[in-house]
Structures are given as structure tokens and as C-alpha cells.
Design a protein around this ligand. Structure first.
Ligand code: ACM
Length: 510
């Protein structure tokens, strides 16, 4: 960026020099070794840089070819070179070497850049994948493709670094979800929570209750009646596989006992009076409830949990639990006392919005904190009993909230969230009585009431996901440093056609 500015200054002051040597002035420097998002723990720039050319070879054990292929694909997009992936490079080759088996923790990696090669080491492929994301950011967008010399040693602060996408208010297609996975995984986000059902729509095939999708996912469902669609089980399995190959675990959510209007339109027997409610395409919340006293409610819930658990290789199954304003407190607790153990029955860890902590059975569940306050007595009491927490305070981490009053998309009930606000908080100390040892990590929810296209999603998610990903990965934060690195990152989004929000808080490189 500095060189670009210098070139611009010289272009005004000394047009003859620029005219005679534009290429030299325009040549980008190697990206600084420390300019990565999320910030690596240790960065030691030294020695000579490595230049990636068309004869560079990627060497990896066969068991890591999947990660090596991802690196080759990313480098092809940036450099145009189709680098070979081999298990044994010839002696004379300049090599980017990927190695597993290093004595490092989960997702940790070491990256060394020397004149004659690049070495990336990790315990397993998840660590290699994290290191590959770092290396991608160190390769300049334009040639020469020189990677600065030195060493990086890195590991995550939290094991759970999540994003959430609401595909209930507006359905988003598998292709859009895949693109989102591609983008978030570049910031080492490793969980994608899919909000699969809500009052306005039901978006996942359940064989034992087929009308959930034939009615609840039909055309005309969704906010304003324009968000129809659903994932078949084949779509969902394909998404799980796609995400896994980017080291992202999918967390499915079925929201209950509230947020169930679409299910009750499809199956009126799930209401207490047996009468179908009208389909809803508005954005109100808190008016629907499963009928807590009816046995069919628990047959329904168990069928859904069983089928969803069978589709889910990951550890978590999210059962919602938020905004159940049409359920009495006693009924809510009775419901959770029956439902939380059902998740364990099908081999999954129960996960829900923080309201689930009102139920004693939540002591071995995971609670997702979405409150606006830094105090929550029920959550703190549950944590004392063993509940683990994912931090998603709505006023800081909800990336569907507007950046400022002029933002054309999103809602603002939790406030405006500019990039610095999303960045300047600490998930390890945010809520009283929730120490870092109880925090598994954080998540950035993206609700879709106002979002239809992938461009809409990207505009709200980026750059804030980058800020939140750094809070999840890096142990310390430094706004000025982040701001500079983010400004330098902008052209990477532009090059990939990502429709990010050009926040005025950032000096964006061009
Ligand atoms: C929520 O925002 N209702 C979890």
C-alpha cells in the first residue's frame, strides 16, 4: 500500500520518472509476514524471501493431499500457476512442504519461509489447513509472488470459532452456503451453525414428517413470501462433506419450543387446539409454541433429533430455545428437561440459546449467549454447574445488525455494530461469572430477515467476520494493527468478487 501511495505521489511530482520506470515503482513488495488475519501468535521476520514460480512443487504425505490440493487451487487463483502436488519432490525442486506428525496442539502449525523453500508443519491436517490459510494471505495478489522470509508459530485461543447462517427466514442455496464456507474458512472459522427452521420456514428434509418441507419449505415461505426452498438430505450430506474438507463442522439447529409456526402450519396437531395457524411471512417473534402437554410433541421432537443426529458427524446438535414467549416458564423448563436428554440419547452434545440454562438438565449442555448485558444470573449459575458457553452477544457479534443508521440491509434492535465495535471486546471476560475456562469460543450469527442474495450475506458478514475470527483465534487484540491488516486485505475480497462493506473506519488499499 505504501508503495502504491509513493507511486501516486511520484506520478504527480515526477511524471518523467514514472513514465520511464512504471513497472519498478508499481511492483508490489512481499506482504509483511505479520500482516495476517487472524494475527498469528509469534512472527519472526528474518532471512531471504521465497519466490513462488511455475516450477514450485507442493510436497505432502498422501494423507494430506486434500489440504495440498486446496493450497494448489488457491495459488492457481492468485498466481495462475498450476503447481504440482507430489509425495516426494525431486532433489533440485523448490518446494512448499506440508508435514504432519509435529508435536503441536490442535490446529497449531509452524510455517518457515526460506530462500530455498517453505515448510509448514502441524500435528494433523486441521493444523495444516490453518497454516495454508496463513500462507495464502502472504502471497501477493500480483507477481512477483514473493513470500517474506521468517517463521510463524501459531495456535488458536478457542477451539470453537463459529459463524451462523439463518436459512429459514430466507432460504440460501447450497451453492451460496458453500461460497460462505469458502470465505469464512479463510479466517480459520471452523464451525458453521445452520439455523434450519423458524416461524417463516422449515429448510431440512425430515422423512418421518414430510410436510415440514413440502409445506414449510414450499415456494412462498420465508419473509415477504420470497424465501422458499429447503435442503434435501442429499444436499445436507454434501454440504457436511464440503465443509469438512475445509475443516468446518456444521452445527444443525432446529428452533423449539418457540419459532415453530412453519412446523405447525404443516402439522396442526403440534398446536394445543389442533388448528393450523396462518403461515407467517412477517418478522415478528415470540408468538408460537409447541404444545408442551401433548405426547405427539415429543414424538415429533425425537424423530427430528434422531434424523438430524444421523446426518451430523459433528458433536453438536442445536435445539434453539430462544424467545419462547408463548410458553410459560414452567412449561419451558418441563420441555427442556425432556428434550435436552434426547439429544444425548442420539449421541450428540445439546447446544441451545442461553435461555436453556433455566432448565437443570442444561448443566452438561452448551449455551450460546446472545444477551445484550454483561450479567446473566441463569447463565452464571449454569456455568457453576458445568455448562459451557459460546459467546454471541447480539450487540457485538450479530453480523445482521446494521453498521450504522444508513446501512441498507439488516436490523438494529441490538444497536449499530461498526467494525471496531465488533472487534473491541473480550469473549473470555465478557459476562460476569463466565470465566474463560467455561468459554468454548464465539460465534457470529447472521440472521436473514432482510438478506436474500449472497451479495447481501457478504455485505453484512465482511469485514466483521474477520474481526470476530481474530477474537476467536488470537490471544491479544490491537485495533490499530487489525485496522491496518484489514485495510490491506480488502483487495483480496475484491479480487474474489466478495461484496464486503467498505467501512469508513478502515483505510482500504486498492
Ligand atoms: C436470537 O437472536 N433470538 C437468538
Amino acid at each position: 500500500m505504501r508503495i502504491t501511495r509513493l507511486a501516486a505521489v511520484l506520478a504527480c511530482a515526477l511524471p518523467l520518472i514514472v513514465a520511464s520506470a512504471p513497472a519498478a515503482l508499481a511492483a508490489p513488495a512481499a506482504v509483511g509476514l505479520g500482516s495476517v488475519i487472524p494475527a498469528p501468535i509469534e512472527v519472526h521476520p528474518h532471512g531471504s524471501a521465497f519466490k513462488i514460480t511455475k516450477t514450485t512443487v507442493i510436497e505432502a504425505p498422501r494423507s494430506a493431499f486434500d489440504v495440498a490440493d486446496r493450497l494448489a487451487e488457491a495459488l492457481r487463483q492468485t498466481t495462475g500457476y498450476r503447481l504440482r502436488v507430489v509425495s516426494h519432490a525431486p532433489g533440485h525442486a523448490k518446494v512448499i512442504s506440508l508435514r504432519t506428525g509435529a508435536r503441536l496442539g490442535p490446529e497449531a502449525y509452524r510455517l518457515s519461509v526460506r530462500r530455498d523453500g517453505i515448510s509448514l508443519q502441524a500435528r494433523d491436517n486441521a493444523g495444516l489447513f490453518a497454516g495454508v490459510q496463513t500462507l495464502r494471505q502472504l502471497v501477493p495478489l500480483r507477481g512477483p509472488f514473493t513470500v517474506a522470509g521468517g517463521d510463524i508459530a501459531d495456535k488458536p485461543r478457542f477451539g470453537y470459532r463459529g459463524a451462523m447462517l439463518d436459512i429459514a427466514r430466507h432460504f440460501h442455496t447450497p451453492a451460496e452456503i458453500k461460497r460462505y464456507i469458502d470465505e469464512i474458512s479463510q479466517f480459520k472459522v471452523n464451525y458453521l451453525h445452520l439455523h434450519l427452521s423458524d416461524d417463516q420456514g422449515w429448510r431440512i428434509q425430515i422423512d418421518s414428517w414430510p410436510r415440514l418441507t413440502t409445506v414449510g419449505g414450499a415456494a412462498g415461505t420465508g419473509v415477504d413470501g420470497v424465501g422458499g426452498g429447503f435442503l434435501t438430505k442429499a444436499d445436507y450430506r454434501d454440504l457436511v462433506r464440503y465443509a469438512a474438507s475445509r475443516y468446518v463442522t456444521i452445527v444443525p439447529e432446529i428452533d423449539m419450543p418457540g419459532h415453530v409456526n412453519a412446523a405447525q402450519v404443516a402439522y396442526p396437531e403440534l398446536t394445543c387446539d389442533g388448528v393450523a395457524p396462518r403461515p407467517r411471512t412477517d418478522i415478528d417473534v415470540g408468538y408460537s409454541s409447541l404444545c408442551i402437554g401433548k405426547e405427539i410433541t415429543y414424538r415429533f421432537v425425537e424423530d427430528v433429533i434422531r434424523e438430524l443426529a444421523a446426518l451430523t458427524p459433528g458433536p453438536y446438535l442445536h435445539i434453539g430455545g430462544d424467545e419462547a414467549h408463548a410458553t410459560t416458564e414452567a412449561d419451558y423448563i418441563a420441555f427442556q428437561q425432556r428434550v435436552l436428554p434426547l439429544v444425548a440419547k442420539y449421541g450428540k452434545k445439546a447446544y441451545g440459546w442461553n435461555e436453556i440454562t433455566q432448565a437443570p438438565a442444561a448443566h452438561n449442555a452448551v449455551a450460546q449467549y446472545w444477551g445484550l448485558s454483561r450479567e446473566n444470573a441463569s447463565l452464571a449459575a449454569a456455568v457453576a454447574q458445568g455448562t459451557k458457553v459460546i459467546m454471541s452477544p447480539a450487540n457485538l457479534a450479530y453480523v445482521d445488525q446494521k453498521y450504522d443508521p444508513s446501512t441498507r440491509l439488516g436490523l438494529s434492535w441490538a444497536g449499530f455494530i461498526e467494525v471496531q465495535k465488533a472487534y473491541d471486546w473480550d469473549p473470555g471476560t465478557h459476562v460476569a461469572g463466565v470465566p474463560e475456562s467455561a468459554v468454548l469460543g464465539l460465534e457470529a450469527p447472521l440472521w436473514s430477515e432482510t438478506l436474500r442474495s449472497i451479495d447481501d450475506i457478504e455485505f453484512m458478514a465482511f469485514p466483521r467476520i474477520a474481526a470476530l475470527a481474530e477474537l476467536g483465534w488470537s490471544p491479544s487484540r490491537d485495533w490499530e494493527s487489525f485496522r491496518t491488516r484489514l485495510g490491506a486485505y480488502g483487495p483480496r475480497w475484491t479480487a474474489r468478487g466478495v461484496d464486503f462493506y467498505p467501512s469508513p473506519q478502515i483505510d482500504w488499499a486498492r
